[in-house]
Design a protein around this ligand. Sequence first.
Ligand code: HSE
Length: 416
Amino acid sequence: MQKLTIGLFGFGVVGEGIFEVLNNTPSLCATIKKICILHPDKKRKAPGELFTSDREEILCDPEINVIVELIDDAEAALDITRAALSKGKAVVSANKKMIAEHLEELLVLQKKYGVPFLYEAAVCGSVPVIRNLEEYYDNDMLKGIRGIVNGSTNFMLSRMNAGGVSYADALCEAQQAGFAESDPTLDVSGRDALNKLVILLLHAYGTRTEPHKLLCRGISLLHPSDSVVAGERGWRIKLVATALKLKCGKVAAFVLPEFVRNPDPLFQVQNEFNGVLIESQLADQQFLFGKGAGRYPTSSAVLSDIAALRYDYRYEYRKLSSGLTPSLTQDLYLKIYVGFNSWNEVNKWDFETISEFHSTADRQYLVGTIHLEKLRNAEWFHDGSAPVILMPEGIIEKRAVLEHSLKKISLQLAGV
Ligand code: HSE
């Protein structure tokens, strides 16, 4: 068994957690030798001699063979990871932004230096979804993944719906509980979930992409009346990351708020919990559920990666090199709900069909079918403020034959 001597970068919510947990897990044979921090004057819950603000003290220490990187600056984290891998030090990271945005380079570095780079904590906190996808599911058997992968927004939606808490207060609570990113716009804009989806795509299908190439919407534009609509129908609004293998063999992937109804397993995922529904051809549905954010759940995943280093575990990225890697497609239709105050907030002609239109004194909404690519490129979608929510079973692979002719009739029936 390898003795692990750790250099820790960052002593925030998770860094402090991992320090505490490692001290209480002597069986792991892993010790933290030095901790690199940005602000040396801040009071810390660890002996002062452990701290340094000079990263080279860790990176150039030959005794340190593992770098645990838990800082929130993705560019600085990349620099540390580059330096560590090039010096033959294994790296454990929770930085999904760094990984998703620099996937190609990180894959090259791992190959070049042949050292493990593990990041289970980057996706779904304590839920072991990466290793599961990496090890268990064969490429052509995996039909799709739908997941609540951001704990903060799920916590906020739960608080807003059940507790009648305002958006601002719910966000404040998520920050105080240590669930949110230090820049919480990453959570509420859906970009944190998107970064995680990029990582999931790699391990589920071997498909490499960049976050900006995928359709993404978070929860920041949701309006209280959207929750009323959900409540009336017995649904819940969830922020869901989806990757779906289509009949054409390609994969569609996006992050959108979604109306989820019972008995969809995602319906019961509340607060900071995450849930990933994996659908495969033989096993049918499997559901992974657990805490996705917070000090100890995230520490548990970091700890598990550290433990895996003792037997030199590394991701093999078998699906990436299998030659069967599916490419991404935007060629599918989505049935979506759009809320608005006046028609100039949305272009109804972008829709193939509009099946519902509701209007009250102060709010309107439609339910319609739209091509994913058209939605992604629509000015009203990317620059506007109209909430967009995927309907239950709202993914439509093939255009229905009658859709075109129905479009006009639907609009007439809707009286628009
Ligand atoms: N801000 C992230 C979340 C932390 O809320 O899910 C865990 O990745």
